[in-house]
Every structure is written in structure tokens, then in C-alpha cells.
Write a protein that binds this ligand. Structure first.
Ligand SMILES: [Zn+2]
Length: 145
């Protein structure tokens, strides 16, 4: 993530947010700045907040080029969906490598034990990502990003 931010010239600033939001961004053609809240209540949402803001910065550039992909009322939900899917795609990519090793090593009865366990881990991971991406919506109307 840090490499991606450096490569795309986005500065990440962590700290208290006076407006009680999870995060926000500002950007122009050359540079973006993402601010995320370090408030203890907001920490579970930090990664997803950064992803949410990245999606909004991407949209800014699409719009600037004349190819918007979301209107302003869709943008928040598109950004949350982006924040939900990116960690899952990233996990699936790294899990592919791990699964390959496991299936090589686990022939026979061990495979029957490991598959449900991996399934449960995958489900928990999806739930965590769902919470990070959308959970703030259930916490109160004042929390936003
Ligand atoms: Zn937003």
C-alpha cells in the first residue's frame, strides 16, 4: 500500500480529525493528500478508508479526463464497494499461491480437515472486509468519509 501511494504521488497523513470523519482527501492534477483518523473508534476502518479515498481520487482523474464513471450520488457507494473488494482480490491472489503449496503438501485425509478451516478463514476475512468497508454506516449518522 505504501509503495502504491508513493508511486501515485499520494501523501498519507494520519491524525485526529476535528470533524469526526474517518478520512478525507484533497487532490489536483499532480498530487493527492489522504487524511485518515487515528481515533481509536476509527482504527478498524483505516485501511478501507484509505482505499475509499483512493477510489474517489481515481474518479477525480477520470472526470478530469472527461470520462466520469460515477455521478456524485453514486460515488460514495462505489468507493465503499472498491474498499470492500480490493482486500479480497489481494487476499485471493496471495491465497492462490498458498493453496497451491497446501494442495501439494496435503494429500489424503489432511486435505479434508484443512479445506473447511480455510473456508471459515475466508468467510471471516470477507466479513471483516465488509465491516471495514460498510460498517461505519451502522455506527451513527455523523460518521462519514
Ligand atoms: Zn467518500
Amino acid at each position: 500500500m505504501k509503495d502504491f501511494l508513493v508511486g501515485t504521488n499520494i501523501e498519507l497523513i494520519e491524525g485526529d480529525r476535528s470533524d469526526d470523519s474517518l478520512g478525507a482527501h484533497v487532490c489536483d492534477e499532480s498530487k493527492g493528500i489522504i487524511r485518515v483518523s487515528t481515533n481509536a473508534d476509527h482504527v478498524p476502518f483505516q485501511l478501507h478508508t484509505v482505499l475509499h479515498e483512493i477510489r474517489e481520487i481515481i474518479e477525480f482523474h477520470f472526470k478530469r479526463l472527461g470520462f466520469p464513471t460515477a455521478n456524485s450520488s453514486e460515488l460514495e457507494s462505489h468507493a465503499d464497494q472498491f474498499a470492500f473488494w480490493v482486500p479480497i482480490y489481494a487476499a485471493v491472489r496471495s491465497a492462490d499461491l498458498i493453496f497451491y503449496d497446501i494442495s501439494e503438501a496435503n494429500a489424503g485425509w489432511k486435505k479434508w480437515a484443512s479445506d473447511p478451516l480455510l473456508g471459515i478463514c475466508a468467510l471471516l476475512y470477507c466479513l471483516l472486509s465488509f465491516y471495514g468497508a460498510f460498517g461505519y454506516r451502522f455506527q451513527g449518522v455523523s460518521v462519514k468519509r
